[in-house]
Design a binder for this molecule. Sequence first.
Ligand code: UDP
Ligand code: MG
Length: 218
Amino acid sequence: MPIHPETITQPELDISVVIPVYNEEGNIERLHAELTEALEEIGRDYEVIAINDGSRDNTYAMLNDVQAKDSRWHVIHFRRNFGQTAAMSAGFDAARGEIVVTIDADLQNDPRDIQKILDKFDEGYDIVSGWRQDRKEPFFVRRLPSMTANRIISNSTGVKLHDYGCTLKAYHFDVAKGVRLYGELHRFIPALASQMGVRVTEVPVRDRAREWGSSKYG
Ligand code: UDP
Ligand code: MG
């Protein structure tokens, strides 16, 4: 079913899961299987919005296949690679869920942690951000720069999160519709939102190694 972002002014279902996807052909079947299992277990109405960010592998056809067999999935194809932030922004525009969950396509986030994020959300937050435990990435090239970035964002914004770089997050519909994303801005949403009185918190989530493909960031 086509989505018309401009007509979505209030939530029409419980959960939207937004996934930026770039050259992830080897992860898509497992992503569909693990997400379906986790979301059916949660038992709320949901849709999945996958944004194909100009992939050059077989992602295009594989996402179309999933969309054809699972009516809860909606795919947006970009004609070229615009980057993860632009992909998330298109997903936020299209989302119809009262809660908008973002997750990576590479399964480094565990879909079973969505339950934990939602439980926290239900305590009365507008943004719940995952805090990755037991990080699998190499220390010097990935974790040290990320710790430094976290410290700079914390100190300059006054919002204390341990892990701004975790894609697994949940946003209230109003927050997802209210933010316009530029550059690498998606990392700053919790900090910016908190300054506007939005209630932000974090919960520990699992971190897994990427089993197929490689990171798009060096
Ligand atoms: N991604 C995207 N566009 C890009 C780069 C990445 O949509 O230009 C997606 C990618 O498919 C994945 C997520 O964004 O779902 C995070 O990318 P990646 O795993 O490469 O980043 P890392 O986990 O290494 O930070
Ligand atoms: Mg990744």
